[in-house]
Design a protein around this ligand. Structure first.
Ligand SMILES: C[S@@+](CC[C@H](N)C(=O)[O-])C[C@H]1O[C@@H](n2cnc3c(N)ncnc32)[C@H](O)[C@@H]1O
Length: 243
């Protein structure tokens, strides 16, 4: 009986890993276990499909980071290198990490330059970046796929120089409350990626706990009237010294 129960549990876990759940409007939700694979599929159209979040993110990233100086950058979830290209106009060295080999392939094709390195890695695990600390760590549209934010802030603190900056740009939690998720189109319909909602207070609590202070926080809207729900939130944190 016990063995039967264990077997049944294993079958259920396997099912959970591989099944795609269908919602009413024919959108499929790609389960959490398949995020890496989903980006491998999305990669080819990531830069060209209609994506207001992606487009607003590059604007928010440039407008926010233009006023800071940095030589070395660690970019988490660099994807196809959309922001890497711009970061390289300000930095002498950028290391982009991502767990999707197809997203990285496009980034490498796009940016062939000795001031940039790309590395395949899962940021949920310990970051294997030895003997390097950075002036700036950036993360755009990636943390919604990460359950344990504390791990990210902890690792970021280790990899930053004193007074180094940690910039994040994410789908605004208000937008997430309305059900908006990362999504892409396939011939079989739209695929929505399973995501985690991180409330603004969670970012702030994790940052404080791991030795960061807030430098600036901004909300980014689809139109200039700012009457709609904000699409993005950006926060710049600074690593405290002596923590
Ligand atoms: C929406 S894309 C954003 C890409 C890029 N930052 C941009 O703004 O265009 C999210 C990226 O995060 C990567 N990603 C998600 N979870 C990850 C993880 N645990 N480790 C490494 N990369 C991850 C995905 O492969 C994908 O390239």
């Amino acid at each position: 009986m016990f063995r039967f129960k264990v077997e049944l549990k294993n079958i259920f876990i396997k099912f959970e890993k591989f099944v795609n759940f269908k919602t009413k409007n024919n959108t499929q939700i790609v389960s959490k276990m398949c995020i890496e694979k989903a980006y491998d599929i999305w990669a080819k159209q990531y830069d060209t499909n209609n994506n207001r979040t992606r487009d607003l993110d590059i604007k928010a990233t440039k407008e926010t980071l233009s006023k800071y100086s940095f030589n070395s950058v660690l970019e988490l979830g660099c994807g196809t290198g959309k922001n890497t290209k711009w970061l390289l106009t300000k930095a002498r060295y950028v290391l982009g990490i991502d767990f999707s080999k197809e997203m990285l392939k496009i980034a490498e094709e796009k940016i062939n330059n000795e001031t940039v390195e790309f590395k395949k890695a899962d940021i949920n695990k310990k970051w294997e970046i030895e003997n390097k600390t950075f002036d700036l760590i950036t993360s755009s549209l990636t943390l919604e796929h990460i359950r344990n934010l504390n791990h990210i802030f902890k690792q970021a603190h280790t990899q930053l120089k004193d007074n180094g900056l940690f910039f994040l740009s994410e789908l605004h939690p208000f937008k997430q409350y309305t059900g908006t998720k990362a999504q892409y189109d396939t011939i079989n319909g739209t695929k929505e990626l399973e995501v985690y909602t991180h409330h603004t207070s969670e970012y702030i609590k994790c940052a404080k706990k791991n030795g960061f202070k807030i430098v600036e926080i901004n909300e980014w809207f689809d139109d200039i009237t700012k009457k709609t729900i904000p699409r993005l939130i950006t926060i710049v944190f600074k690593k405290n010294r002596n923590v």
